[in-house]
Design a protein around this ligand. Structure first.
Ligand code: CP3
Length: 341
């Protein structure tokens, strides 16, 4: 994984899955029940390390991703966050100058240091040939949850604040850039070898807004991380940019870009791989469908993209209803293709 991300010759095509620790695994369900709530699990280093490692015991994966959530950062800034069963996150709204001023931007608080303990614990229990990925949400995506007060179909308030270039909105993005760099930097100091920035809602931002609130924050984060940790690669996952992934890579300087499932493979190969490594992009629903359809898609991906410029992954997170046997088969197909060269 590190060889591919750093542009070196690789032994084989690395593979992992976004949201690989999660509800499709019965052992995850059991550990989560033992922890109590989802947040209790995130802040329990022993149990969070356990669920981080679970998928690697089942599947021949090359990387573990820290078990946490992008909404732990707002909580560390002093914002109320909870997860309601079946409903997703509930976040205390931050959508005014006063609310932004109240954010505890200079010192991350709450239980966030537990996350760094989890990172250290995972690294200590992970094979030397496996890579540990840390992560955070991108400023735009995290801001959208803070402004909307949780998940939202269209994120209208957040998008409107961006169009209006509200002063408090710009201040919020600034706070998130600075605190996310601190957060990722601490994860790297604790043992994360790669970090991924999730901009799940990058697709919301057209034209000038995309430059200002997706590209520019991630460019700054990449630059500040490079000065703190020059050898740690950064993966940018700006979901939904399509052909705009090329500008994303050029502007931000990320070492790899995560591709949503609709990005055409010839474009990824011809335009993106000369600039960076690419990660993706099997449709999580093709994985649920399984059988010859899934096989065909996996082969199309691995045959289109060079093994030492590609990290096999899904185009978005694995869904809870995914059959475990399909995951095992998917990884087998990737491994077979390694052997066939
Ligand atoms: O990838 C991994 O295995 C690591 C863990 C991880 C989680 N969330 C655990 C989680 C990661 C990398 C995330 C990122 C995340 N969280 C994103 C960006 C990536 C993406 O998928 O687009 C976003 C937008 C969130 C916010 C979030 N967390 C939502 C909207 C929800 C509710 C919807 C859902 O999937 O349940 C969560 C909850 C969450 N985060 C769960 C897990 C395993 C499910 C909680 C549970 O166990 O009940």
């Amino acid at each position: 994984m590190l060889d591919v991300l750093c542009g070196r010759q690789a032994e084989r095509r690395p593979a992992w899955m976004m949201r690989q620790a999660g509800r499709y695994l019965p052992e995850y369900q059991a550990t989560r029940a033992q922890a109590g709530s989802f947040l209790d699990l995130c802040y329990n280093p022993q149990l969070a390390a356990e669920v981080t490692l679970q998928p690697l015991r089942r599947f021949d994966l090359d990387a573990a991703i820290l078990f946490a959530d992008i909404l732990l950062l707002p909580q560390a800034l002093g914002v109320g966050v909870s997860f309601k069963a079946g409903e997703g996150p509930v976040v205390e709204k931050v959508a005014s100058p006063e609310a932004v001023r109240l954010l505890r931007a200079d010192r991350l608080g709450g239980s966030i240091s537990k996350v760094y303990e989890t990172v250290a614990l995972v690294r200590a229990n992970l094979g030397a040939d496996k890579t540990l990925i840390g992560f955070c949400g991108a400023p735009w995506t995290v801001a959208s949850y803070m402004i909307e007060g949780g998940s939202s179909e269209e994120r209208l308030s957040a998008r409107l604040a961006a169009w209006r270039q509200e002063r408090w909105f710009e201040d919020l993005i600034e706070v998130l850039i600075e605190s996310s760099v601190t957060y990722l930097s601490r994860q790297i100091e604790a043992g994360a070898e790669v970090v991924q920035i999730f901009d799940t809602w990058a697709i919301d931002l057209p034209g000038a807004l995309r430059d200002r609130y997706c590209f520019e924050p991630i460019r700054r984060m990449r630059q500040e991380l490079r000065s703190l940790h020059p050898h740690t690669p950064v993966i940018g996952f700006a979901r939904g940019l399509g052909a705009g992934q090329a500008d994303f890579v050029r502007v931000t300087g990320v070492d790899a870009c995560g591709l949503e499932s609709t990005v055409p493979l010839p474009f990824a190969r011809d335009v993106l791989t000369p600039m960076c490594a690419v990660q993706g992009n099997l449709d999580p629903l093709a994985l649920i469908a399984g059988g010859p359809v899934m096989r065909g898609e996996v082969l199309r991906i691995v045959e289109s993209l060079p093994a030492d410029r590609h990290v096999f992954n899904l185009g978005h997170g694995i869904r809870p209803e995914t059959p475990i046997s399909h995951v095992a088969e998917m990884i087998d197909i990737v491994r077979e293709s390694d052997r066939c060269g």
